[in-house]
Design a protein around this ligand. Structure first.
Ligand code: BLA
Length: 508
């Protein structure tokens, strides 16, 4: 491994060029004339030919002419970026057991990866995925969908634990669903810093949907090459056998995991999350089942896309309903501008928050978890000084308002909506510190093994690090939150106009 890589700069580790593969299969790199110029050093155990005897030979000297033709016929399909082709049950040598192949282009090389075919009689992967999809489509809402999907993937693959890990915009992530064998510590609900799945790994997972680490203790098979080529620079981004970052191997070992698999979940082409699977003994999943898992991940991604849109639409529709009611009530309200204060409970239902405050006509009213009256008054004065007449939101109050430091544990995030120009009345939504809204799952005092990089490399310790890094922050305000706030502002201005009309009429 590159000596310069450590726990603070892990996004510089060049994990796409490890110079080795996992030994559950072998890799050959051939040039356009199909001469072999690189091979993994475990090839002999699969093909019976020593790696040194294989280099520089034509591919047809090692595998059957028919197999070479089968491969050649697929090369034309490898046009687009990141294209791969899979072939199942190919007899590479006459009379010998068949292999499953993955082929793709990497620079000038055609990469051929092969692993022994596993055929389970009576099992059809298409049918398995069809049933899995039927089950998850019956669920309602995101949480239920994710839980059922984890359960289905666990049934398909037999891993001891399957999690759905969702990324946040800053690259940190969260276990939003989990299904595990009984007796295992739960990671459900825990949050992790972006560095646990560093940037280059996330970029890779966006291109390549599935990776399996079949045995963390397996010795990687080194790639050997002829003198004019350099195996240490062979880009294995799209490979299925790519050997795994030693830092990540240590992470898995520290938590007692012997095998892992992850399947990407994409939304609009961007990495949304991962199915993360763990097993406590080595576990190899056939290429056929991995392909089924990948297809399931792709279909799941589409379903998530739809559910998230539905969720946003429902959230905004609910807010609109409350607003409409406000307008109706206001029309028949007889205590003039106090109405704005009387609606406090209703505001809370519109935008996800822990508390809400309103400052109107020199009266202050609080609901739920908020700073104290005096603190809110000072905050209102600050908001009016710095951002008059505009919506002002922050998920880290102390960053924009130093005095907020004093109450950031109660209200780390605020979203302020001005509701009149003079005097500058406003409505403020508060969110508590996110570390306070995240619960510890299971026993935080469990003892872990420590590798050479220390205890940081376990989900539990890493969760603690995440808590330190996000102290003083609330859940971010989403685009939907801001849209609702904008429309609420318009509604309230209307309501205020109506109320003052009413008051004027009463005076006449
Ligand atoms: C990869 N890190 C990963 C992967 C996961 C995690 C799921 C994908 C590979 C796989 O399937 O195993 C992280 N796994 C988690 C988390 C949980 C979990 C958060 O189960 C929570 C329950 N990792 C670190 C640090 C570094 C690091 C500090 O924690 C770097 C210094 C690196 N993680 C790292 C690297 C990879 C990785 C380099 C890519 C591995 C590869 O594909 O080669």
């Amino acid at each position: 491994m590159n000596q310069a890589v450590n726990l603070t700069n892990c996004d510089r580790e060049p994990i796409h060029i490890p110079g080795s593969v996992q030994p559950f299969g072998f890799l050959l790199a051939v040039l356009s004339d199909f001469t072999i110029c690189m091979a993994s050093d475990n090839v002999e155990s699969f093909l019976g030919t020593d790696v040194a005897d294989l280099l520089q030979r034509p591919l047809s000297g090692v595998i059957s002419g028919a197999a070479v033709e089968t491969i050649r016929s697929r090369v034309d399909h490898l046009g687009g970026p990141d294209a791969t082709e899979r072939l199942f049950g190919v007899e590479l040598q006459p009379g010998k057991p068949p292999f499953d192949l993955s082929i793709h282009l990497s620079g000038v090389y055609l990469i051929i990866e092969a692993e022994p075919s596993v055929h389970e009689p009576g099992v059809n992967s298409g049918e398995l995925v069809r049933l899995m999809l039927e089950r998850i489509r019956k669920t309602r809402g995101m949480a239920d969908l994710a839980r059922e999907a984890a359960r289905q993937l666990k049934v398909l693959t037999g891993f001891d634990r399957v999690m759905v890990y969702q990324f946040h915009p800053d690259g940190s992530g969260e276990v939003i669903a989990e299904t595990a064998e009984s007796g295992l510590e739960s990671f459900f609900g825990l949050r992790y810093p972006a560095s646990d799945i560093p940037r280059q790994a996330r970029a890779l997972y966006q291109r390549n949907w599935l990776r399996i680490i079949a045995d963390v203790d397996a010795r990687p098979a080194a790639l050997m090459s002829t003198a004019t080529h350099n195996a240490a620079l062979l880009d294995l981004s799209m490979s299925v056998l790519r050997s795994v970052s030693p830092i990540h191997i240590e992470y898995l070992r520290n938590m007692g995991v012997a095998a892992s698999m992850s399947v990407s979940i994409l939304r609009d082409g961007k990495l949304w999350g991962l199915f993360a699977c763990h097993h406590y003994s080595p576990r190899y999943i056939s290429f056929d089942k991995r392909t089924a898992s990948e297809l399931f991940g792709q279909m799941f991604s589409w379903i998530v896309e739809g559910r998230e849109r539905e969720g946003d639409v429902a959230y905004e529709a609910r807010a609109h309903q409350v607003q409409e009611r406000l307008i109706e009530i206001a029309a028949s309200h007889d205590h003039s501008r106090r109405a704005i204060v009387d609606f406090l409970r209703d505001y809370r239902k519109m935008i996800e928050c822990d508390g809400v405050a309103v400052w109107s006509d020199n009266t202050i009213a609080l609901e739920g978890e908020t700073p104290t009256e005096d603190e809110v008054k000072d905050l209102v004065a600050f908001i009016n000084r710095t951002s008059p007449g505009r919506i002002f939101a922050s998920a880290e109050i102390a960053q924009v308002y130093a005095a907020g430091q004093a109450f950031r544990d109660r209200a780390a995030g605020f979203l302020a909506i001005p509701i009149s120009r003079t005097p500058r009345d406003c409505l403020i939504f508060f969110r508590r510190e996110v570390t306070r809204s995240v619960k510890w799952a299971a026993d935080p005092n469990k003892v872990y093994d420590e590798g050479p990089h220390g205890p940081r490399l376990t989900p539990r310790k890493s969760f603690e690090l995440w808590q330190e890094t996000v102290a003083g922050q609330s859940k971010p305000w989403s685009a939907a939150d801001i849209r609702i706030a904008e429309s609420l502002r318009v509604t309230l201005l209307e309501v205020i106009l109506q109320l003052s009309d009413l008051a004027a009429r009463e005076r006449r």
